[in-house]
Design a protein around this ligand. Structure first.
Ligand SMILES: [Ca+2]
Length: 471
C-alpha cells in the first residue's frame, strides 16, 4: 500500500507512481524498499530495468539503492541471512515469552529452570568426583592398587600414604598413565611441583578432575540453558542486585568446571571453589524462584550479608567435597584382642612372622576410607572464618551507631580484640605444616591477653557511662 506524501491518501496499488486523488508523485514518500526482506525479485527487477535506460527513475532516484553489481547481490543475500537469523531469534524470544510469562507477568518457570540446572550441575560435579577418585580396590591402567607399596627410584611409597596418617592420595604414583595427555607425545607430570622429574612423597594432591568430551558437551548445554533463562529473567527484574550474585557464581563455576575442566586438570582446591560457587548458585537461584512461586515481588533483594553467610555455609559443606577429592585414605580395621596381639608379637620376636604396617599398629588389615578428617581442613575453616569476619564487619557497619568518643573506644577495643584473635588463628593455620587447626601455648596467652584488654576497656567505658548517668 502506497501513502501519498501530500494528501496522505492510501493508494491500494502499491506500485502506483502518482497519487490517484491529488496527482502528486508518490515516489518521494514511498517507504524505502526493505531489501533484506523484500528479497531478490526486487533486485532482479532493478537489474533488468537499470540498463534499459531513461524511465527507471523510481529506482535510480532512491539514495539508498546501491549500485547494482555482484557485490550488491552478495550483500543482499548476507542481509537476507541476517534477517532470517533475526527472525529465528524473534521466534525463539516469542517461545520464551510463551513459556516464562503469564499475561505479560513473569511466572516461576525461568528461575525454576535455573534452580533445576544448578541442582543438576551439583550432581554432575559430585558424579565427576566419584568417577575420578578411585576406590580402594580399583586397579590403575598399569596394574597398581591404591594400597600397594610402589618402588620409585629412591624410596618405597604408598599412593594412599600410611594408615591413620591422613595423608592425601598421590594419584600420579597410583596411575601415571592417567596423566598422560594424548595430545602431547611426552609424559607430563602435573603433580611434580618441585620439578625434579619424579613423584615424591610430599607431592600429594589427590586425583584431579578432567572432563571427557561428552561431559564437556553436557556441561556446555546445561550452562547455555541456565544463561538463557538468567538473561531472560534479568529483563524482568526491577532491582538487578538479585541477579548479580547469580551471574558471579555462574561465571565462577563455568570457568572452573566447563572451561578449565575441558582443557586441563582441575585439582581439589579449584574444584572446591567451584563446588562452593555451585552450592551458592543453588541458594541464589532459589530466591527468585520462591519469590515468584509465592507471588512476591523481586524488587527487594537480600543484602550482601545474607550471601556471605550462604558462602560460609557453602564453604563448610564443600570441605566434605574437598576431603573426598583428596582421598582415598589408608586406614586399618579389625583390631587385635590383647591376647592375640601378644601372640603375634611373640611370633615376630621369634622370627617366625613379619609385621605389616597395620599389625604394627595393632590391627589385622589395611583398608581405605573415602573421608578422613584427622588431617583437619584448616585452610577451609580459615576461609569460612574470614568470610564470617567480613560478614560481622558488614553487619556492624550497618547496625552499630557510635554516639561518643567512649563508645568509639569501646567498639575499637572489641573489634581489635576480634581481629587479633582472627589473625592468630589465620597465622596458625597458614604456617602449620599440615594445615590443621591447633592453638599453641603462646597463642592461647595472646588470645587471653586480647580478650582481657577488650574486657577491661569495655568495663571501663561502661563505668564511665554509669558515672555520667548519675551526674
Ligand atoms: Ca617431584
Amino acid at each position: 500500500m502506497a501513502v501519498c506524501p501530500v494528501c496522505s491518501f492510501e493508494d491500494e496499488d502499491a506500485n502506483a507512481v502518482v497519487c490517484s486523488v491529488c496527482g502528486s508523485d508518490l515516489d518521494a514518500g514511498k517507504p524505502p524498499v526493505d531489501d533484506s526482506v523484500e528479497s531478490s525479485p526486487a533486485a532482479d527487477q532493478t537489474e533488468e530495468t537499470a540498463p534499459a535506460g531513461g524511465e527507471s527513475d523510481e529506482y535510480s532516484d532512491e539514495p539508498e539503492a546501491p549500485p547494482v553489481d555482484e557485490d550488491a547481490v552478495g550483500e543482499q543475500s548476507s542481509l537476507l541471512s541476517q534477517a532470517a537469523s533475526l527472525e529465528a531469534l524473534t521466534g525463539f524470544r516469542d517461545r520464551l515469552d510463551e513459556l516464562f510469562l503469564d499475561d505479560g507477568k513473569l511466572n516461576y518457570k525461568a528461575p525454576a529452570i535455573m534452580f533445576a540446572v544448578s541442582i543438576l550441575l551439583l550432581f554432575s560435579i559430585i558424579g565427576l568426583a566419584v568417577a575420578t577418585v578411585p576406590g580402594g580396590d580399583q586397579e590403575s591402567t598399569d596394574g597398581y592398587y591404591p594400597l600397594n607399596l610402589i618402588d620409585t627410584e629412591n624410596q618405597t611409597l604408598r599412593p594412599t600414604g600410611e594408615p591413620f596418617s591422613g595423608d592425601t592420595f598421590n594419584c600420579e604414583l597410583w596411575d601415571i598413565e592417567l596423566f598422560d595427555d594424548p595430545n602431547t607425545s611426552q609424559v607430563e607430570h602435573p603433580t611434580d611441583r618441585n620439578g625434579n622429574g619424579e613423584v615424591d612423597e610430599e607431592e600429594r594432591f589427590g586425583c584431579p578432575i578432567r572432563n571427557s568430551y561428552q561431559v564437556t558437551a553436557f556441561l556446555i548445554l546445561l550452562n547455555i540453558v541456565f544463561l538463557v533463562s538468567a538473561v531472560y529473567l534479568s529483563n524482568y527484574v526491577p532491582n538487578k542486585a538479585i541477579m548479580n550474585p547469580i551471574y558471579l557464581l555462574w561465571l565462577a563455576q563455568f570457568g572452573i568446571f566447563t572451561l578449565h575442566g575441558a582443557v586441563g586438570f582441575v585439582f581439589a582446591p579449584e574444584a572446591t571453589a567451584g563446588a562452593v560457587a555451585i552450592l551458592g548458585l543453588v541458594v541464589a537461584t532459589s530466591i527468585p524462584l520462591f519469590r515468584l512461586a509465592l507471588k512476591r515481588g523481586l524488587s527487594n533483594p537480600p543484602g550482601k550479608l545474607f550471601y556471605i553467610l550462604v558462602l560460609v555455609a557453602a564453604v563448610l559443606l564443600a570441605s566434605l567435597f574437598n576431603n573426598f577429592l583428596l582421598g582415598p585414605y589408608a586406614s586399618c580395621t579389625d583390631e587385635y584382642a590383647t591376647k592375640d596381639y601378644q601372640e603375634l608379637v611373640q611370633q615376630v620376636a621369634d622370627g617366625n612372622a613379619e609385621m605389616s604396617t597395620c599389625q604394627g599398629l595393632g590391627y589385622r588389615n589395611i583398608t581405605t576410607i573415602p573421608l578422613d578428617f584427622t588431617q583437619g581442613a584448616g585452610r577451609i575453616y580459615w576461609v569460612a572464618a574470614t568470610l564470617l569476619l567480613l560478614g560481622a564487619g558488614m553487619w556492624g557497619k550497618d547496625n552499630i551507631r557510635i554516639r561518643d568518643l567512649d563508645e568509639a573506644r569501646f567498639i575499637t577495643m572489641i573489634v581489635s580484640g576480634l581481629v587479633l584473635q582472627y589473625l592468630i588463628l589465620a597465622f596458625n593455620i597458614l604456617t602449620s605444616e599440615d594445615g590443621s587447626l591447633s592453638l599453641g601455648e603462646e597463642d592461647t596467652i595472646l588470645s587471653v591477653m586480647a580478650m582481657g584488654v577488650s574486657l577491661v576497656e569495655s568495663t571501663h567505658s561502661t563505668e564511665n557511662e554509669v558515672v555520667r548517668g548519675v551526674q
